[in-house]
Ligand binder design. Structure first.
Ligand code: FAD
Length: 536
């Protein structure tokens, strides 16, 4: 296969124009081109140039070697890398009478991919998920958003699909991925019903409603391959014998013995982290970030980012990514930006308020939202591996109080926040957070260094996005679940540093940040488990 990069076409080009561009670029005839696929499509929407799609295509041609030789000095025409996925093992190599099935705790993206790949290799995993199946879970999640009622075991964080189910479903990541595991994740999502375009658009996203069906179909495949998925089964204890995992305790169910256990818990499994810590599993505190969600009209972001191209349906709603290094040494950055989306209530614990963002595939809601968060380190919350959790809890409880103790979130207009006075009424931006935003002064919602850094960053961001600091933009508090506050450290064999057979994985263990990277980590852990079975 040959890969051509930087093929540029006007954004409204006819479908056949791409093939014509390939033929022209390679100077070949139609009959020489056997087949082609778009590997990536991004767009160039700079204000002063004509709007264009930029393609990377993979293709097969007659006389491939000859053609590659002919273009050997052209950096945009190269052999395509092999991105196909190859399984590292097959369970039939190890299956015996006393084969103990691997157990995966958690059915978010990490657990889904760990279980799927184990199942595809024939290892028949058992998945234990504390939350409910995705459709029932959706009802419970709406319970908080519409009726101010939280179910601590079935919510935005817990349940089939994990934390990213009610999200923007952004599927890109900056992880190094030399083995193209990300491609496997995307391919499986498409197989399960995600739109084909996620294979090639530069910043793919699925959106909430589609994710629900995708997750259900992946569950179905795991079951058809002999796996088992048990909902409403919370792991509450670990049987560790001589530094080797021997099984898990499940609330209200018989113990389950297992010598390969994946901890795909997500960053909100605070009670389970406490149990693991008490059981002596090695973990350490790690940096994370705290801040607010900010909402602007999407049209403002589109105009600032796309200028005359704003509103072009072929490009869609514009996004942004911002960073500011504040004078007090803190980095402030935008997090999980959701174009045309809504701010959502994302707590999993009673009497606490946490924000996050989501959108539908169409991204056509009125507001753009993003976390504006400040990096903090274990020096800000000394006290050991679990201290970050207490730090988060204190902020989330304070936000609950500031919001009026009803699960409404505390909010403030940007103009008032910068001027240091409480807000009393909304302006032109109506916040989207459900069950509602309670206007107040957010100055006490975060530590003073974070408030100071955000007050400096917002006007600085105005220089990159005109209108970013408009007085009517709304800040909603608070953002604390940006990543895990701890790492359950593992060795090069993907097992816990001090407990054999325990595989910390995904975002909760500190090895991923986002849907794609959590899925990739799940694949890596599935492979490590398969290789461990093989080595026995
Ligand atoms: P999780 O998805 O958190 O899954 C962990 C699972 O483990 C949960 O289902 C939980 O119920 C289960 N569990 C925990 N403890 C136990 C136990 N003791 N017993 C049994 N089960 C247990 N990322 C993106 O890349 N793009 C986005 O657009 C995006 N938007 C987001 C929007 C929202 C509202 C949220 C909350 C997150 C978003 N994220 C997004 C982040 C993304 O969801 C996470 O990075 C990802 O889900 C992490 O995957 P994971 O499998 O490691 O953990």
């Amino acid at each position: 296969m040959i890969r051509i990069t930087e093929l540029r076409l006007p954004i409204s080009h006819a479908p056949e124009a791409l093939e014509e561009a390939i033929l022209k670029r390679l100077n070949i005839q139609t009959q020489d081109l056997i087949q082609f696929d778009v590997f990536k499509r991004s767009y160039d929407a700079r204000k002063n140039v004509a709007l264009a799609f930029i393609y990377t295509v993979d293709l097969s041609v007659k006389n491939e070697e000859k053609l590659l030789k002919q273009f050997s000095n052209d950096i945009h025409i190269r052999p395509s890398p092999d991105m196909s996925y190859h399984f590292v093992a097959n369970a039939s190599q190890v299956m015996s009478e006393d084969f103990e099935r691997p157990v995966v705790i958690g059915f978010g993206p990490c657990g889904i991919f760990a279980a799927l790949v184990l199942a595809q290799m024939g290892f028949k995993p058992i998945v234990l998920e504390r939350g409910k199946a995705v459709r029932e879970r959706t009802q419970d999640t709406w319970g908080l958003w519409r009726k101010n009622v939280l179910n601590p075991e079935s919510n935005v964080q817990f349940g089939e699909g994990g934390a990213g189910t009610f999200s923007d479903g952004k599927l890109w990541s900056q992880i190094k991925d030399p083995k193209f595991y990300g491609r496997k994740v995307i391919t499986e999502f498409i197989k399960a019903g995600a739109p084909e375009e996620i294979r090639y658009v530069a910043k793919p996203h699925i959106g909430t409603f589609r994710l629900v069906g995708v997750v259900e179909r992946m569950r179905q495949e795991i079951i058809e391959l002999g796996g088992e998925i048990r909902f409403s089964q919370k792991v509450i204890g670990f049987d560790i014998q001589k530094d080797q995992i021997a099984g898990v305790k499940i609330e209200g169910y018989p113990d389950l013995s297992a010598n390969h256990v994946v901890l795909a818990l997500g960053h909100s499994a605070r009670d389970t982290f406490e149990v693991l810590h008490a059981a002596g599993v090695y973990m350490e505190a790690k940096p994370f970030s705290v801040g607010f969600r900010i909402e602007h009209p999407q049209s403002l972001i589109d105009r600032a980012r796309l200028g005359p191209h704003a509103g072009n349906e072929l490009i869609g709603a514009a996004d942004y990514k911002l960073v500011h290094h504040a004078k007090n040494g803190r980095a402030v950055y935008s997090f999980c930006m959701c174009p045309g989306g809504t701010v959502v209530a994302a707590t999993s614990e009673p009497n606490r308020v946490v924000t996050n963002g989501m959108s539908q595939y169409s991204r056509n809601e009125r507001n753009a939202n993003a976390g504006i968060v400040v990096g903090i380190t274990p020096e800000d919350y000394p006290g050991g591996p679990l201290a970050g959790i207490e730090f988060q809890r204190a902020l989330e409880s304070k936000a609950y109080e500031l919001g009026g103790s009803t699960y409404e979130a505390p909010g403030q207009l940007v103009g008032d926040f910068l001027a240091g006075k409480a807000s009393t009424e909304f302006g032109s931006v109506i916040p989207s957070y459900k069950p509602g935003v309670h206007l107040t002064d957010l100055a006490d919602a975060l530590p003073p260094y974070a408030i100071e850094a955000i007050r400096e960053a917002i006007p600085a961001f105005e220089k990159q996005i005109k209108g970013f600091s408009i007085k009517d933009a709304v800040l909603t508090g608070i953002e604390t679940r940006t990543s895990s506050p701890l790492r359950i450290t593992r060795g090069s064999n993907f097992q816990s540093l001090n407990i054999k057979g325990l595989y910390p994985a995904g975002e909760g263990a500190g090895y991923a940040g986002g849907i794609l990277s959590a899925g990739v980590d799940g694949i890596k852990v599935a492979e490590a488990i398969a290789l461990d079975y093989l080595s026995k």
